[in-house]
Design a protein. Structure first.
Ligand code: PLP
Length: 320
């Protein structure tokens, strides 16, 4: 993407796009806002060498009028975010694509049920619902009341609350294969706990994965090698979901070194453009047998409230 002729942003295609196939992408463009007309050009390029790229598709040119920023709560919040953490608050991060190009609100003031209200008081329906974590709706009265009641019990963090044991028993009753429960404060923490347990248990280090497992180092290093402790020390490797041949080839490559295989057995979110689907039962069964045979810990990462939405017990428990 060029703005007034100078290159501003570039994004790689997420996968091979065959002739005639469609791909919907989003590109983040970071440029100094100057009210008035400007020209944006979009082109598809093929990398020729380290220094240059060759244009392989016609440029699309658009004349865009940038309006002066209107003062208000959103604009004030945006100003702070640009100054203090431009990357994190980049408006198109997170839920970053409306397929029709419609703009989403940048900041939120409150939420109730499925409705969210932006700082200017405009109400929106939120179909994302915290990536599924707010399945019962935001600020659900019964949940708020229950949390409020426990908050005022003055929880002491150094000692377990008796409620933890009641929830533990409930989880073990609900999930037939659950024998042990460990609480964490988010998905990244619990996935990391599972990987650490697998490494200690097997004495091996490598992890084969598919799907998304948070932002801690063991996983993030596969996406960004600079995060690995030293060059060439990568330990996490991705296989394609529901592709047992791809998994087997990867396993053969790292034979005898794999501590854990981790995947999302239900409602997997694979990449930006990819699949959102349950794992194939036949695939899960083969994976489970292979892991058992080779003493590898198989981790089913089920972060969403899947009991309600995808029949977690039968799909995953059969192959635990
Ligand atoms: C399968 C899976 N693992 C891990 C995570 C990370 O969870 P969190 O963002 O709570 O750290 C997510 C979050 O979407 C997830 O879907």
């Amino acid at each position: 993407v060029r703005v007034n002729g100078s290159a501003q942003s570039r994004t790689p295609l997420p996968h091979t796009v065959a002739p005639g196939q469609c791909w919907t992408g989003s590109v983040q463009v970071w440029f100094k806002r100057q009210p008035g007309m400007c020209e944006w050009t979009f082109s598809l390029e093929q990398k020729a060498d380290e220094r240059g790229a060759e244009v392989i598709a016609e440029r699309l040119a658009l004349r865009i009028e940038i309006e002066p920023e209107s003062p208000g709560a959103t604009s004030a919040a945006l100003k702070i975010s640009r100054r203090a953490n431009a990357w994190f608050y980049w408006p198109s991060q997170g839920v970053h694509r409306s397929r029709d190009g419609h703009a989403y609100p940048l900041f939120i003031k409150r939420a109730k049920g499925c409705r969210i209200t932006d700082p200017e008081g405009v109400e929106w329906i939120d179909y994302v619902m915290g990536w599924g974590s707010a399945l019962l709706g935001y600020a659900h009265p019964e949940i708020e009341q229950a949390i409020g009641a426990e908050l005022s019990s003055g929880a002491i963090l150094s000692l377990p609350h008796e409620l933890e044991m009641r929830v533990t028993a409930q989880l073990c009753d609900m999930i037939p294969c659950a024998e042990t429960v460990l609480f964490g404060k988010n998905g990244s923490d619990v996935c990391t706990a599972a990987i650490r347990i697998a490494r200690v248990h097997t004495g091996r280090r490598k992890v084969l994965f598919t799907g998304y497992h948070g932002w801690q180092d063991w996983y993030a290093e596969a996406l960004e090698p600079a995060i690995a402790p030293a060059i060439g020390t990568q330990t996490a490797y991705r296989f394609r979901p529901n592709d047992f041949d791809d998994f087997s080839a990867l396993l053969a490559q790292h034979a005898g070194e794999v501590a854990a295989v981790i995947l999302e057995p239900a409602a997997q979110v694979e990449g930006v453009d990819g699949l959102v689907a349950d794992a194939d039962r036949g695939f899960l069964a083969k994976l489970s047998k292979t892991c058992r045979d080779q003493g590898i810990v198989l981790i089913h990462a089920v972060i969403l409230i899947l009991h309600a939405i995808s029949g977690l017990p039968t799909a995953c428990v059969d192959h635990c």
